[in-house]
Design a protein around this ligand. Structure first.
Ligand SMILES: Cc1cc2nc3c(=O)[nH]c(=O)nc-3n(C[C@H](O)[C@H](O)[C@H](O)COP(=O)(O)OP(=O)(O)OC[C@H]3O[C@@H](n4cnc5c(N)ncnc54)[C@H](O)[C@@H]3O)c2cc1C
Length: 423
């Protein structure tokens, strides 16, 4: 078994670390921040602090998104059945006021129906002339819970986490036979990348949760993305912008913006500006700073949610945050999942640049890292022991038993997928 250092403790890093640990490798995460512990604080460059999150390959360039989504859903289904991983399946709508073709990943969507063929009441607003789009069953991970459980799974599987800032000069001091680059937007500063770095700025409005909303006709939990006409909400180039509602148990997350651009060395936004009317909302926390938020995020979501659920959400305590989705070369290669060598000759498996879909692609990308390492000669045969209290009477406590069962299922799925990829 190899000793592997995963650089970066966001969703990509910890998922890859769990994946490799399931195969018995000695895995240590080296990271500036653990996304589970930092959750709730504000650091726009650490993208994992922001998703709500839906499992849909949005705002990302990736080969074969349907295959990625099918793999992702298989892993999230196991986690949905695990006790309180914060994963559920719910009714999700993608609605447009202009005609929209099926997405490339439609073949992988569960219970997929075009609105035109469905009796379900879709998200709508008073001034919408026509509605197009589809609905399906989406996996949804409540990130604050999900991240905590994932880091805890890694540690229960015997993985180690070390707080460390990785720089190109310090790279030789990082132990391990193999490195995994899961540094998010910081990746190109440590592992030079000829592909351009690109970011999508996302503003989120957080409103206090009043429980999970339900579809007023079917009673199902729900979420949606809604793209009105550009007269209602537009981007800087005049194309229609979209809003979304991703309700969580702790807060309802209302989106959003997808502004394309760059982040300068001081962390300032250098890209697509906001257009149209904005309102200044306070950021969470003790200081009294505020950020501008496009007014349609509040107005459209309020109207759509009232119509869809029968309850008008209370916006008076709304707060706002923004994060940067590192989208790497969106017009070209997209996410970085290949293998290279570090200057000191070690194998480096890359796993960065997931744009608006890093939670969605976390398991499918981790699987591809494992496959790529296997192709490079690293064996994927062992399996990790679960560490937990050693009971004197030989019985395992319930939590350890649950972890053993979960690890076994994940390992079995990953093992089958890796074997299948070789045949
Ligand atoms: C507003 C918003 C909404 C989103 N919604 C969704 C959604 O609904 N569904 C979905 O699938 N995705 C969503 N995403 C995208 C998703 O959040 C990202 O794709 C994903 O979090 C990227 O994870 P990562 O681990 O690759 O990078 P990051 O989360 O950025 O993690 C990078 C890690 O590297 C560490 N690090 C950085 N530099 C160094 C260094 N020099 N040394 C050591 N450690 C370092 C950081 O501390 C961090 O732990 C959203 C993103 C945003 C911003």
């Amino acid at each position: 078994m190899a000793s592997i250092s995963v650089l970066g403790g966001g969703i990509s890093g910890v998922t890859t670390a769990v994946m490799l640990r399931l195969f018995g490798h000695r895995v240590t995460i080296y990271t500036e921040r653990r996304a589970d512990r930092a959750h709730g604080s504000h650091d726009p460059m650490t993208a994992s602090l922001y998703p709500a999150a839906s499992v849909i390959p949005h705002a990302v360039t990736v080969d074969n998104p349907a295959e990625h989504l099918a793999d992702a859903q298989a892993f999230f289904e196991i986690l949905r059945r695990a006790e309180d991983f914060g994963v559920r399946r719910q009714l999700h709508f993608e609605v447009f006021e202009a005609p929209e073709p099926d997405p490339a990943y439609a073949p992988a969507l569960i219970d997929y129906h075009r609105l035109a063929d469905s009796p379900r009441r879709p998200p709508s607003r008073r001034d919408a002339s026509t509605l197009h789009g589809w609905h399906f069953q989406v996996y949804f991970a409540e990130t604050p819970i999900y991240l905590r459980r994932l880091f805890s799974l890694f540690e229960r599987l015997g993985g180690r986490i070390v707080r460390r800032t990785v720089t190109p000069d310090a790279l030789p001091d990082i132990p391990g036979e193999i490195l995994v680059n899961a540094l998010g937007g910081a990746a190109p500063t440590v592992f030079p990348d000829e592909r351009p770095a690109s970011y999508i700025r996302g503003i989120l409005v957080l409103i206090p949760s009043t429980g999970l909303p339900r579809h007023r006709d079917t009673g199902q939990h729900l979420s949606y993305n809604y793209t009105p006409s550009n007269a209602a909400y537009a981007r800087a180039d005049g194309s229609p912008a979209g809003v979304y509602a991703y309700p969580r148990r702790d807060v309802w997350v209302l989106g959003g913006t997808k502004q394309d651009g760059q982040v300068d060395d001081d962390g300032r936004w250098r890209g697509e500006p906001l257009v149209g009317e904005t309102v200044d909302l306070p950021v969470p926390g003790p200081d009294d700073s505020r950020i501008p938020v496009p007014k349609p995020i509040l107005d459209l979501n309020r109207e759509i949610l009232a119509d869809l659920t029968g309850e008008t959400p209370e916006m008076s305590d709304a707060k706002a945050v923004f994060g940067y989705r590192y989208a790497r070369d969106p017009d070209g290669d997209g996410i970085r999942l290949g293998i290279s060598r570090s200057p000191d000759g070690r194998l480096v498996a890359h796993n960065t640049g997931h744009g608006g879909a890093g939670v969605t692609l976390s398991w499918s990308s981790a699987l591809r890292v494992a496959r790529a390492l296997q192709s490079a000669g690293v064996t994927m045969n062992g399996s990790a022991p679960v560490s937990g209290p050693a009971p004197a009477d030989g019985t395992l406590d319930a939590a350890t038993k649950a972890t053993v069962r979960l690890a076994r299922r994940l390992r079995e799925l990953a093992g089958n997928q890796i074997t299948a990829s070789r045949t």
